[in-house]
Design a protein around this ligand. Structure first.
Ligand SMILES: Cc1ncc(C[n+]2csc(CCOP(=O)(O)OP(=O)(O)O)c2C)c(N)n1
Length: 302
């Protein structure tokens, strides 16, 4: 059964991505709920990666609530766009979005990282509905996404491919091999979103490998169109992702400037929460902050 609330991208090249103030409020509330799920899941699993999940919430909500053409109740629908979470360790945000869209019951989220669960610590293709590629080995998913986009081009099919990569992840050489291929093959059906939160596993990307910069010039040198956006602003993300859809001849990367741990004050900008779950008291504090934020959104203060 088709989910009529999902707006397919295909109808009118870059159109249909307007965002009314009411929709923006709705998306902010959804994002807040996804953040609640992320802290709860990692707390219950006593492991997992909250920081890089929280930084990607608005990106993921923009994709799953607007940009992806998909049918949650028909996950293998041929006409669907593909999303690949190349920074696979951030799967709590993906699982929370898939559950909220109805790919599987929300209760499954509380089995995250448990033995036998379909929701393992990194996404596994075929294990849970909606997972399009096995990822976790950084760089791998990016190449898979390029291959998918190339296959759609060769088959002359209109499906688009979206891939989320981390800024630490793009230290991997295989990302740049794939990036070269994508522009050489003119894969304008491919949009990469770079979660530029500035941190990776045990330090800032500048400390670990500062020669990653300048980002814009590097991607441009590899033949990509580059669009930048505040990765926590739905308005900016819609503009950037819409521009990617209407770009012809080259793939687009959206450099989304984000904050690791966004939305939970004591996790924001803290590399220590890369792969550490909250304690019981931290969970309580996080949920209190998110409840405050929900009130603020409803009252038009956030
Ligand atoms: C090939 C590979 N090397 C190392 C790791 C271990 N690792 C997991 S996450 C991570 C840091 C990733 O940083 P980033 O891409 O910036 O992710 P984010 O900060 O957005 O969570 C590392 C080094 C891995 N998963 N795969």
């Amino acid at each position: 059964m088709e989910d009529s609330s999902v707006v397919p991208y295909g109808e009118g090249e870059g159109k249909g991505f307007e965002l009314s103030p009411e929709e923006e409020t709705e998306l902010k509330l959804i994002a807040n709920g996804i953040r609640r799920d992320i802290v709860q899941m990692t707390y219950m699993a006593k492991s997992g990666h909250p920081g890089g999940s929280l930084s990607a919430v608005e990106i993921m909500v923009s994709l799953y609530w607007r940009f992806l053409s998909h049918r949650p109740h028909e996950p293998w629908w041929e006409g669907r766009d593909r999303f690949v979470l190349s920074k696979g360790h951030a799967c709590p945000v993906l699982y929370a979005c898939l559950a909220a869209r109805g790919y599987f019951p929300k209760d499954m989220l509380w089995t995250f990282r448990k033995l036998g669960s379909i929701l393992q610590g990194h996404p596994e293709y075929g294990k849970a509905p909606g997972i399009e590629a096995t990822t976790g080995s950084l760089g791998q998913g990016f190449g898979v996404a390029v291959g998918m986009a190339l296959a759609f081009k060769l088959d002359r099919r209109p499906n688009r491919v979206y891939v989320l990569v981390g800024d630490g992840e793009i230290q991997e050489g295989c990302v740049w091999e794939s990036a070269m291929t994508a522009s050489f093959r003119g894969l304008d059906n491919l949009t990469a979103i770079l979660d530029h939160n500035g941190l990776q596993i045990d330090g800032s990307v500048r400390e670990v490998k500062g020669s990653l910069y300048p980002l814009r010039e590097k991607w441009e040198a590899f033949g990509w169109k580059v669009v930048e956006a505040d990765g926590h602003s739905f308005r900016e993300l819609f503009r950037a992702l819409g521009e990617a859809v209407s770009t012809r001849g080259v793939p687009t990367v959206v450099i989304a400037h984000t904050v690791k741990g966004k939305g939970v004050s004591f996790m924001e900008g803290k590399v220590s929460f890369h792969g550490k779950p909250p304690t019981a008291s931290e969970l309580e504090e996080a949920l209190r902050e998110l409840a405050d934020r929900e009130r603020a959104i409803r009252e038009g203060r956030a």
